[in-house]
Design a protein around this ligand. Structure first.
Ligand SMILES: [Zn+2]
Length: 284
């Protein structure tokens, strides 16, 4: 825990000191075969409901710590660079009161640290789940407020999506601004890159995508991860979803039970193969 708590400020200092280096390794993550996430539906159901201040609440938000802007990267990070057998597990679209705790339980069983890229609307609905994730020593990243395809939005709207999410993650999480940003569908626009950097975040994509959101079966997800894994991989999983009105987390398109079962299956096998687990590291 103490190591985890030290992590963010140290990295921020390094970054603020201009020591950030663009990763020297190539971005073979571009070779990935899939867009990685459910296709944008065009539904407006997920758009922010209030044009007012962050969080949309009636009570004034407490002042938040100032963020340290970082240099705008040319492209997102597709790999981790912590060591010969290091990989990173990432979980998108939560927090979910149903599946996030199940993922946390599996990670705890194997003493693995992961990164959770959260949607602002879901943080607003389930702030306690974000706190559970942080209390367990994991990293929380920004995955926009309502999970839009950022290519379709005007710059001001892109900023609102990202800024509002950093604010709620910071507020709910006890004052630590997120330092990682992942664009929905991996669509990192130049505006999104600039905005996230201005808010102190580094863009992180993925290199292994089992398309778990499409619910191909836990065995298929497991096999896809085990087949594609390699040192430095960033693995995309989904512990949550943006729910349509009336949609349930269980039994429908938002059901993530296959993902949970797959993590239970592939994690011990990756460990047995010698893999170790880290989080995307902006300072490398
Ligand atoms: Zn997503």
């Amino acid at each position: 825990m103490s190591e985890r708590q030290d992590y963010v400020p140290r990295r921020l200092l390094l970054v603020a000191g201009g020591m950030t280096l663009l990763a020297a390794c190539g971005s073979s993550g571009k070779d990935r075969t899939a867009s990685g996430e459910p296709a944008p539906t065009g539904s407006a159901s997920g758009s922010p409901t209030a044009k007012g201040g962050p969080g949309g609440g009636a009570t004034p938000a407490p002042s938040l710590p100032a963020v340290q802007p970082v240099a705008t990267a040319k492209e997102p990070e597709y790999h981790v660079h912590a060591g010969d057998m290091e990989v990173a597990l990432t979980f998108d679209d939560g927090p979910s009161p149903t599946y996030t705790p199940q993922v946390l339980s599996v990670l705890h069983q194997y003493n693995v640290t992961a990164t959770f890229f959260m949607i602002g609307t879901n943080v607003e609905r389930h702030p306690d789940v974000l706190r559970q994730v942080l209390a367990a020593g994991h990293l929380v990243g920004n995955h926009t407020w309502s999970h839009p395809d950022l290519r379709t939005l005007a710059p001001a709207k892109v900023r609102e999506e990202i800024e509002r999410t950093s604010e709620i993650i910071t507020r709910v999480g006890g004052g630590r601004p997120p330092i990682l940003f992942r664009a929905p569908y991996g669509n990192f626009t130049s505006t999104a890159m600039a905005v996230s950097a201005s808010l102190g975040m580094h863009p992180v994509d993925w290199s292994v995508d089992p398309r778990d959101w499409s619910r191909p079966g836990a065995d298929a997800i497991t096999q896809r991860v085990l087949t594609a894994i390699e040192p430095g991989a960033i693995v995309l999983n989904h512990d949550g979803a943006l729910l349509d009105p009336g949609e349930t987390e269980i039994g429908g398109a938002a059901d993530r039970s296959e993902t949970v079962a797959a993590v239970k299956a592939y994690l011990p096998r990756l460990i047995a193969s010698g893999y170790r687990f880290t989080v995307p590291d902006p300072a490398r």
